[in-house]
Design a protein around this ligand. Structure first.
Ligand code: GDP
Ligand code: IMO
Ligand code: MG
Length: 432
């Protein structure tokens, strides 16, 4: 029996939500460990679509423990809204528990304001963030000026921390960005009110994970974003502000690294990216348009059109290396149906004329790299009813076989549609 981490191997939106929802059936505990409501994880169950931003994608299942770990930055009003929406839709089973780490850092109104003001101010240099205050909240965590969930339950100390933070933030908002300063009392009243409502969910989640783990329960760690958005290994500075690699499942949830036994890397059968930054295999032609339209590639958080291109195995291999991916889940294979030819980028020609399998650390070099492709014949058959590998057309199987060979990681799941059941399951990562 194993605990499993699910992570994105590209630029996010690989279909982590769908796969976590499927694996959650077998799991007892589902835990988010990084990111915040920049994430948008989509589940389609019985034709009904649910998009989760903060709450783990196991929430639709009966009898689970869903944890928002200490490594997540929590916008309390977003969390409460999400809880309310799920309850209203009758999607939050009575016997499933939701817990938020008391150590999680809060996204404050000034984090959102600064995030958005910076993006507007840096015209031409923007990152294309989700504007949810993620970066500024992690900055305060590292600067040791952050406010944690637990701080809301000691009013005097919370007010002192808020006062100190606002001195600096209002200086920035007014002085640099020419915006109206934020009101301390208004924020205090809002957050103290939210704290009361959140109280039933606040817990020492590291303790809960340890207890469940020792009791032989199965834990599923749910990553957000993707490897190329990792703050260390992504296309810096066009990244998010946390480590998206599987190692962070340990730090971000407060459990030892040896509790993570398997790592499933989610890999879209092509590549997408939202926001700015280099993207070597990006397509600006009718094939890119096909992927965008057929794949309905719009951001689940901001609604922005996702940029699309061929699968880049150089990037995926890096993700496999830095996260110790043991199994791959290939998603959205159905979106490639109908294309005459399909390509996989297997290496880059660098601006110096060399051929490389490595991802250059310097994004100026990466953005000048020319992808070197292998080409495959496509297929025309509708593959969404396939539930077994041998129900896929031979050319789809050839594509997957070569992908597996190039990635040097075994494929354990293939997704052929957005629905929970539109899945070819090859093995259960908790068992084998
Ligand atoms: P996440 O952030 O990694 O959870 O992914 P998103 O939910 O942001 O984006 C993935 C999108 O693709 C969602 O709209 C899913 O419903 C959809 N999706 C997931 N798997 C498949 C698949 O195999 N085929 C198709 N056509 N859509 C899929
Ligand atoms: P899920 O979990 C895709 C991108 C933003 C931007 C960059 C920084 O749904 O895969 P941020 O708001 O984090 O400071 O933005 O990261 N980004 C995502 N792209 N999927 C996500 O999450 C993302 N979360 C952030 O578009 O380029
Ligand atoms: Mg998403």
């Amino acid at each position: 029996m194993a605990n499993v981490a699910v992570i994105g191997t590209q630029w996010g939106d690989e279909g982590k939500g769908k796969v976590v929802d499927i694996y959650a059936e077998q799991a007892d505990v589902i835990a988010r460990f990084q990111g915040g409501n920049n994430a948008g994880h989509t589940l389609v169950v019985g034709g009904r679509k649910t998009i989760l931003h903060l709450i783990p994608s196991g929430i639709l299942h009966e009898n689970k423990i869903c944890i928002i770990g200490n490594g997540v930055v929590v916008d309390p009003s977003v969390l409460l809204e999400e809880i309310e929406q799920l309850r209203k839709g009758d999607l939050f089973p009575q016997n499933t528990k939701l817990m938020v780490s008391e150590r999680a850092h809060l996204i404050m109104p000034y984090h959102r304001s600064i995030d958005q003001a910076r993006e507007a101010h840096n015209s031409g240099k923007k990152i294309g963030t989700t504007g949810r205050g993620i970066g500024p909240a992690y900055e305060d965590k590292a600067a040791r000026t952050g406010i944690r969930l637990i701080d809301l339950y000691d009013e005097q100390s919370f007010r002192e921390k808020l006062h100190r933070a606002l001195e600096e933030k209002n200086f920035l908002l007014k002085g640099l960005f020419g915006q109206k300063p934020l009101d301390e009392n208004e924020i205090a009243a809002e957050y103290l009110g939210l704290a009361e409502k959140l109280k039933p969910y606040v817990a020492d989640t590291s303790f809960v994970l340890d207890r469940e783990n020792k009791n032989g329960k199965k834990i599923l760690f749910e990553g957000a974003q993707g490897s190329q958005l990792d703050i260390d290994y992504g296309t810096y500075p066009f990244v998010t502000s946390s480590n998206t690699a599987a190692g962070n499942a340990s730090c971000g949830s407060g459990i030892g690294a040896n509790a993570i036994n398997k790592v499933v890397g989610i890999c879209k059968a092509y590549t997408t990216r939202v926001g700015e930054g280099p993207f070597p295999t990006e397509l600006h032609d009718e094939i890119g348009e096909h992927m965008q339209k057929v794949g309905q590639e719009f951001g689940a958080t901001t609604g922005r059109k996702r940029r699309c291109g061929w699968l880049d195995i150089v990037l995926v291999r890096q993700a496999i290396r830095i996260s110790g991916v043991t199994d791959l889940a290939i998603t959205k294979l159905d979106v490639l149906t109908g294309l005459d030819k399909i390509k996989i980028c297997v290496g880059y020609k660098t601006p110096a004329g060399d051929y490389t399998h490595a991802v250059p650390a310097d994004i100026r070099i990466l953005s000048q790299c020319q992808p070197v492709y292998e080409e495959f014949p496509g297929w025309k058959e509708d593959i969404s009813p396939a539930r077994k590998m041998d129900e896929l057309p031979p050319n789809a199987r050839k594509y997957l076989n070569r992908l597996e060979e190039l990635a040097q990681a075994r494929i354990s799941l293939v997704s052929v549609g957005s629905g929970r059941e539109e899945t070819i399951s090859l093995r259960d990562p908790f068992r084998d």
